[in-house]
Design a protein around this ligand. Structure first.
Ligand code: KIV
Ligand code: NA
Length: 270
């Protein structure tokens, strides 16, 4: 089982790989491929549960998915994303929610969409033994404030504020930092300034690692952001399998002899 220390060690040597997963079979595939970190992202809300955004995702809902992923993962580090308002409102409640992901669901760390309100909370979690992955740049739980998903850190003041927050979260004990949808040169500067590894999404090539949403990376999603890449066409493969199933049942070619159990020697009932 990988640990947060393994992640920090690898960062100096090779790029860190991270993908999301939301269920056991997917986690098994990602884990077998040797991906370093599996993030059970709150992107489960829009990617899997049919919501428009991540805002409606609940702690119970996350726990359900985190458990499934953790049970199927042998090697990768499993990180549970903490959903909107499950942290940062009340400290005791935040610690209980995050602790549950480790204690009951088998995650080894949590991720918090970070800001000024998560510095002391990160420190407290780390003190208690809950490793924290920080997340700056575009934080999708703020969609109602942004009015969309705009790139972040594009002016000098915002860039300086982001660097400052990154350093504060490192100081608070975060073991890594996700940088989402920020200019590549800003991500490079933050990566240089920090000792902990940065993991980028839409943040250029100079982070210590990269993360994508699984469904985007393998080509299940109907729409993917411009900074993503489809490394496969799994949706087309699924569509073709479902089409073939429908045709086979409708034409009577499925089930065939080989799919049928032997008939029992019942008397005719009717
Ligand atoms: O929820 C998620 O999938 C994420 C990653 C894109 C970083 O937060
Ligand atoms: Na997320």
């Amino acid at each position: 089982m990988a640990t947060v220390r393994d992640v920090r060690t690898k960062a100096g040597e090779e790029a860190i790989t991270m993908l999301t997963a939301y269920d056991a079979p997917t986690a098994g595939i990602v884990d077998d491929a040797g991906v370093d970190i599996i993030l059970v992202g709150d992107s489960v809300g829009n990617v899997v549960l049919g919501h428009e955004t991540t805002v409606p995702v609940s702690v119970d809902g996350m726990a359900h998915h985190v458990g499934a992923v953790a049970r199927a993962t042998e090697e990768a580090l499993v990180v549970a994303d903490m959903p909107f308002l499950s942290f940062g409102v009340d400290e005791a409640q935040s610690l209980e929610n995050a602790g549950r992901m480790l204690k009951e669901e088998g995650a080894q760390a949590v991720k918090l969409e970070s800001g000024p309100h998560t510095v002391s909370l990160t420190e407290k979690m780390v003190q208690l033994g809950i490793p924290v992955m920080a997340h700056l740049g575009l934080t999708p739980q703020h969609v109602n404030q942004y009015g969309g998903y705009p790139r972040q850190g594009t002016d000098q003041e915002a860039a300086e504020r982001m660097l400052e927050l990154a350093l504060e979260h490192e100081e608070a004990g975060a073991f890594s930092l996700v940088l989402e949808h920020v200019p590549a040169n800003l991500a490079a500067e933050i990566t240089d300034a920090l000792d902990i590894p940065t993991i980028g999404i839409g943040a250029g090539p100079d982070c210590d690692g990269q993360v994508l949403v699984f469904d985007d990376a393998v080509g299940i999603s109907e729409w993917t952001p411009s900074f993503s890449e489809q490394f496969g066409n799994v949706r087309a493969e699924m569509e073709s399998a479902v089409d073939d199933y429908v045709s086979a049942v409708e034409s009577g070619s499925f089930p065939a002899e080989e799919h049928s159990h032997e008939e029992s020697d019942l008397e005719e009932l009717y």
